[in-house]
Design a binder for this molecule. Structure first.
Ligand code: HEM
Length: 169
């Protein structure tokens, strides 16, 4: 009886060990299938879209958001606090993907074709101060477009949780 119990216990440990190894292997993606950071996924936009389209309308739809994204980027390029961070950036792509992201999160029915927030800002060394400078430029851009405060605040509330993925130090 004693013998049986011991070998059963050993068998159980061996089985668990094998199962553990199989689980650990499953957690690592196979090397021959690299994750494509450019694969389209609205999950990369890092927010659930608004369902009330009044906010999207207050931004003057996709055209308004395209103007705001472009103006925010242009202001950031002229901003001595953060302009150097954009030295090697593909600017037309940044303006386009930002407008798509804003449109998606405001429930405008756009698809976001950019990369996910964490990997795109990885190793950029963005600080909270940089983040606030960028948000200030966005506020100026929304002001210029004549977006009412209630709508400005809705977009800012959607972007605020992204700070953790963008800021690294
Ligand atoms: C909530 C705030 C932010 C949002 C929603 C945002 C969004 C984006 C998007 C959509 C892209 C393009 C993705 C792609 O090309 O696939 C991007 C790229 C970039 N962002 Fe941000 N961003 C934010 C904050 C910042 C801040 C604070 C900085 C620096 C001051 C910054 C610097 C950059 C740069 C330099 C790129 C280009 C990366 C590259 O060329 O590979 N971002 N961001």
């Amino acid at each position: 009886m004693h013998r049986f119990t011991r070998s059963a216990a050993l068998a159980a440990v061996a089985t668990l060990g094998l199962a553990g190894a199989a689980l650990a292997q499953d957690a690592v993606p196979p090397a021959e299938q690299p994750v494509d950071p450019y694969a389209q996924s609205n999950a990369n936009a890092h927010a659930t879209p608004l369902t009330d389209t009044r906010v999207f309308d207050a931004f003057h739809g996709k055209d308004g958001l395209t103007r705001i994204a472009a103006d925010m980027v242009d202001r950031s390029l002229a901003d001595p606090r953060i302009k150097e961070i954009f030295a090697t950036t593909d600017l037309p792509r940044l303006k386009r993907t930002l407008a798509e992201q804003f449109c998606y999160v405001l429930g405008g029915g756009c698809d976001y074709t950019g990369r996910d927030m964490k990997s795109v800002h990885k190793d950029m060394g963005v600080t909270n101060r940089d983040f606030n400078a960028m948000v200030e430029n966005l506020q100026w851009a929304m002001e210029k477009e004549g977006v009412p405060f209630f709508a400005q605040n809705k977009l800012l509330a959607k972007l605020a949780p992204m700070q953790r993925g963008v800021v690294e130090r």
